[in-house]
Write a protein that binds this ligand. Structure first.
Ligand code: AMP
Length: 546
């Protein structure tokens, strides 16, 4: 990696495209070992409902401290919630905006929104009311659902936007919406939808500029759920441990939709509480998490193989999993974490193999069946196997475009339908993908490309260093200067700057070496465990100018 600057990677201009390279056969075999055709068409909830009714009294949710909820009860509750939405005037195509905590009632709301043909617009609970105002103005929802503490601030915004329906939902699921749902009948005919109709509007995290609404269709969700169900070997008796938030594609779609297709029992935790996770893990066969889940588990001295006694699959995604974490998890539990890669706009794109191939730490595996990926320069010229390029993706998983933003949509799609992910990656000759970082995190110093991940991996392998983040900040001579921020390994003192640079200088070309190294107590991360590099860049912006 690294080396001379790749033409076009520094500028985000567009256009020419190139023919699709044939998909290597090896990766197809690795991922499609058990891909039976389910081919769900139309409204995704119709497919769920059929399965929920067939599963009947089988447990859908286990919630600590409460009795299990059956699939039959889940289907009834969703139908009641759908009737509540109809009573509030919701019609197919309307947006239902919800900024509420994780609860079963929130799941009912998600599924009922699909059932009525409306569009689920769920928002990160961390957004402030001012930010909420932007989303309300942009999405123009027909219904807003918030906890009662937000009501006084949301009502004037809704009045200004002439949005008549506001309902409340508290963290425990109670509130005016659930009250209304409980008074409804459990008879509701699922509204027919075309596969291309919208199911959800999810706003991207928007680290540069305003968040954009990703329009996600029923086909996007159904195709991804089917492919993951098959590739990850979902089977009768599977039990999923769910400790992720459900305002994000990972917890909302990847975890729940695959479990629903399989009518698996879901162990439902409102958040990642390590004691609760360790207590319930031995019942689970599948766990989906972000890397911080696994580093926190490994940080607990009592965590070990017994916790994974029934586990058949431990999955990580949403942020890079360190190779050290992968190795430490295997050493402690005997399980090789399966890392996959995806994003709001495209659901899951690649996965390490479940069967029939190796799960290689630091890589995100192969494009899922039916999905094509390629790596290109910013101008769209193919890069050679193993060379860094911007990853582009095409398939039934790729969203319909940005909500009311045709210019942005046009900018991010190639004329032949590939979506430009903005992630830098290499694709090996056999199709295995390695994510190198976000294109906007690429550092260009003195005309050379520096990929932060390469430096971070070297830093992480040094004794005394826990985690690291490498960013580029303005430099008077080099354009950008490489800065490393690291945390000490728990219970140890991090090595000094000179010692670190001496250790790195025999492993990395001179232009890649950090010009400054800083130690921090922890790295800034968002709810999905992603390191907030934009925040670090602004925090260290004056490093070379002061
Ligand atoms: P989001 O839209 O919030 O799901 O964020 C998607 C972004 O997360 C991707 O574009 C990647 O930059 C990053 N990401 C997701 N999974 C991985 C992974 N396994 N390794 C590295 N980055 C990842």
């Amino acid at each position: 990696m690294g080396g001379a600057r790749l033409p076009g990677l520094a500028s985000r201009s567009q256009k020419p495209f190139y023919p699709l390279a044939p998909a290597p056969a090896a990766r197809r075999e690795a991922l499609s070992t058990r891909q039976e055709k389910m081919a769900i068409d139309g409204n995704l909830y119709a497919a769920f409902e059929e399965r929920f009714r067939a599963a009947g009294e089988a447990a859908a949710f286990t919630i600590p401290g409460a009795s299990d909820v059956s699939y039959a009860d889940l289907a009834d509750d969703v139908a009641r919630m759908a009737n509540a939405l109809v009573a509030l005037g919701i019609k197919p195509g309307d947006r239902v905006l919800a900024q509420v905590e994780k609860s079963l009632a929130n799941v009912h709301l998600y599924l009922a929104t699909l059932k009525t043909g409306a569009v689920f617009n769920t928002l990160n609970t961390a957004y402030t009311t001012a930010e909420l105002g932007y989303f309300i103005g942009d999405a123009e929802p027909a219904l807003i659902v918030v906890p009662s503490e937000k009501l006084a601030r949301v009502e004037p915004i809704a009045a200004e936007r002439k949005i008549a329906a506001i309902a409340t939902m508290e963290a425990d699921g109670s509130g005016s919406l659930t009250d209304l749902a409980q008074r409804q009948s459990a008879d509701h005919a699922t509204v027919a939808r075309a596969s291309d109709d919208l199911a959800a509007l999810l706003y991207t995290s928007g680290t540069t500029g305003r968040s954009k609404g990703a329009m996600i269709t029923h086909r996007n969700l159904a195709s991804n759920a089917e492919v993951l169900h098959a590739c990850w070997g979902f089977e009768a008796g599977d039990v999923l441990l769910h400790a992720l938030p459900i305002f994000h594609t990972h917890g909302l779609f990847v975890a729940m939709n695959t479990a629903f297709l399989n009518t698996s029992r879901v162990i439902w935790l409102p958040k990642f509480d390590i004691e609760a996770v360790m207590r319930l893990m031995p019942e689970a066969t599948v766990m989906m998490g972000v890397p911080t889940f696994y580093t926190r588990l490994l940080g607990h001295p009592a965590f070990g193989a017994d916790h994974c006694a029934r586990m058949r699959l431990v999955i990580s995604g949403s942020a890079p999993l360190l190779a050290e974490t992968h190795a430490a998890f295997e050493a402690r539990t005997g399980h090789r974490i399966l890392e996959r890669y995806g994003m709001t706009e495209a659901g899951m794109i690649t996965s390490n193999p479940y069967r029939g191939g190796d799960r290689v730490a630091g890589t995100v595996g192969y494009a899922l069946p039916g999905i094509s990926v390629r790596a290109a320069t910013q101008e769209g010229a193919a890069v050679a196997p193993g060379e860094v390029g911007v990853l582009e993706v095409k398939g039934p998983n790729v969203f319909k475009g940005y909500w009311r933003n045709p210019e942005k949509t046009q900018e991010e799609f190639r004329p032949d339908g590939y979506f430009i992910t903005g992630d830098l990656a290499t694709i090996a000759g056999d199709g295995r993908v390695t994510i190198v970082g976000r294109a906007k995190d690429l550092i260009i110093t003195g005309g050379f490309n520096v990929y932060p991940k390469e430096i971070e991996e070297e830093l992480n392998s040094l004794p005394g260093i826990g985690e690291s983040a490498v960013v580029g900040v303005p430099h008077p001579d080099f354009g950008e200067g490489v800065v490393a921020i690291l945390t000490p390994q728990p219970g140890m003192t991090a090595p000094g700057e000179a010692e670190i640079l001496a250790a790195l200088s025999c492993r990395l070309a001179r232009f890649k070496l950090p010009k400054r190294v800083f130690v921090a107590k922890e790295l800034p991360r968002n709810a999905m465990g992603k390191v907030q590099k934009a925040e670090l860049r602004s925090q260290f912006a004056k490093t070379f100018s002061e």
